[in-house]
Design a protein around this ligand. Structure first.
Ligand code: SF4
Ligand code: SF4
Length: 188
């Protein structure tokens, strides 16, 4: 089954298959997504600036990729190599501190499995796919736009401090406002 949690730009897509992921005990969290500029703006806009700075200081977030990468925990008896925030049964951080991808990504296998045995009401397979595509497109575009503005504003590289994060939060909020019509189908 696919279930949509409509939260505008923060919409979450849930799939039953994820609870018994065929990829292994860590599922997608074996390879955490990059924390992109748009993700940083999103987390800041949800009150997480201090949390980002704490995770940078702790080494759980590192410079790399498009903006930051999440550290991976080494394999142990519980699971293979995986995201540092994954423990036991799943993610240990709240949804508002995760990347947007962590919250909306669902693989084709999970959609296909849900389509094979839809619930009586037809479920949310089609709207789930549409939501994933829409969110991927929007967050991708926001990330590219913010990255270009970071480059123009700090050609020598941005300072990884509260000023940068506050600016990213404002940029993200501006882009969400600008694209509110595209977000309407995801707005409760
Ligand atoms: S989205 Fe797919 S690969 Fe990821 S945890 Fe769910 S079933 Fe596994
Ligand atoms: S932040 Fe959470 S949901 Fe995202 S990859 Fe890490 S453990 Fe998985």
């Amino acid at each position: 089954m696919i279930r949509l949690e409509l939260l505008g730009a923060h919409t979450r897509v849930h799939a039953t298959l994820c609870y018994a992921c065929p990829q292994g005990p860590a599922g997608c969290c074996a390879s955490p997504p990059g924390v992109e500029w748009s993700d940083l703006g999103r987390i800041v806009s949800l009150g997480g600036a201090a949390w980002i700075l704490e995770q940078l200081a702790a080494g759980n977030l590192k410079r790399g990729g498009r903006a930051l990468n999440i550290l991976r925990r080494e394999a142990d008896a519980a699971a293979p190599r995986r995201c540092v925030f994954h423990e036991g049964q799943g993610c240990t951080i709240p949804a508002d501190r995760r990347t947007a991808t962590c919250n909306f990504y669902v693989c084709d296998d999970a959609f296909d499995r849900a389509a094979e045995s839809p619930p009586p009401d037809g479920g949310d397979v089609a709207s789930g796919r549409e939501a994933v595509n829409r969110l991927m497109d929007l967050h991708g575009r926001w990330d590219v736009e913010i990255a270009a503005r970071v480059e123009a504003r700090w050609p020598e590289g941005p300072p990884w401090d509260a000023t940068l994060l506050a600016w990213l939060g404002d940029e993200y909020a501006r882009l969400v406002r600008r694209d509110r019509r595209a977000l309407r189908p995801l707005t409760p």
